[in-house]
Design a protein around this ligand. Sequence first.
Ligand code: TYD
Ligand code: MG
Length: 455
Amino acid sequence: MAQRKARTIYTCTQCGYQSPKWLGRCPDCQQWNTLHEEVHTEEKSGTSRKSVSTGAAPMLISAIASADEQRRKIGIAELDRVLGGGIVPGALTLIGGDPGIGKSTLLLQAMGQVARTQRVLYVTAEESALQVKLRAERLGIKAAELYLLAENSLEQIFSQVKKLEPALLVVDSIQTIFTAALESAPGSVSQVRECAGQLMQVAKSSGVPTFIVGHVTKDGSIAGPRVLEHMVDTVLYFEGDASHPYRILRAVKNRFGSTNEIGVFEMADTGLREVSNPSEIFLAERAEDASGSVVFPTLEGSRPILVELQALVVSAPYGTARRTSIGIDHNRVSLLVAILEKKVGLSLASHDIFVNVAGGVKLNEPAADLAIMAALASSHMNKHIPARTVVFGEAGLAGEIRAVSRPELRVQEAARLGFERCLLPAGNRKNLDAPPGLELVGITSVQQALERLFD
Ligand code: TYD
Ligand code: MG
């Protein structure tokens, strides 16, 4: 037997940085108090790593089947879209997100679809098989070929996979399984990394597409899936605000497709419902004749979504005025307020300013600039923006309005939902044909935009 030597190392639970001594702050990712002690037992002879060679011979590139030819649809359109059109054999996909956001629910529903025709193994290392069964009943899943395994030893999981030969494997979650090859506790960085590495090897050699669930935690007590991001083929993040029913599934890495796609879901009491028409939902509760409200066509990847931007400007008689923004970068709002002060002459300095994106959506594109300024001006002047109007454009510090990307998609979505007028950068206007029913108004400056909106 090879001789073993134990040593203690400290590993950052956020980024996987390793240090021989404890440090208060990780020098790599700059997080505080994320280094935790782990005991490493290494085999001295260096034979612990099995060779990963498959003994493959060189192949002509044209002889290799492309991913698209082998792709299979899951049957949940929003999920298939984010995966790049379906699942590819041997792909290892990580679904990350906050605890309780709905990762297990999403995967159980997806597996319920696949298991109508193909054998699926769902390994639940967090919940008991009974809990999963109860949830499946509530979700109305009646799948003929769905197998559950409540197990957290990786070796046991592999032996069951060998016996069952499923067409698809789910491991929920990577932080609660462990391999006997390492002595550290489940959830530690070395365990998470080793287990993911072995799952990758098995997925690749057997061709079984595998999904793993990973929790993201802020306190760093369990290893964040960030250390896994570079190991797996696809990383999907399931995001959302716990106080809103909407969830967005976003690809942040995809070896088999674009990372520009999102899937939108709504959490209901019967599980996740696909939202194929997000614009209608985000605008459903809009008060059309209220001041400070404007509709902005944002792009999530290649998907246009109309969202409502709201601003509230109220006078602040004493002290420092407050600036609060939800769903939009705070600095961006300050910059736009400064442009309104200087270039349009609105006196906002002594006012509290609140900006919000309805529905819990987060915007991070500069194309929202003009809409934010329009909402601020509307609230300040107490004049409402005509209800059937959408606004987009990036603002420069001189008050000029600059062209933004993919205007045609934004304009089409607005026309589709029955909007009648669209204020957009003149630079975008000149290359576009107006869709039927929608008037396009090219804008060169903030001043001009406000005149057009409130004349
Ligand atoms: P879950 O999938 O267990 O989250 P995760 O695996 O990401 O930790 O989802 C848990 C939450 O979803 C829980 O707060 C309850 C809610 N939920 C519903 O609202 N409706 C449902 O039908 C289900 C199954 C869960
Ligand atoms: Mg779960």
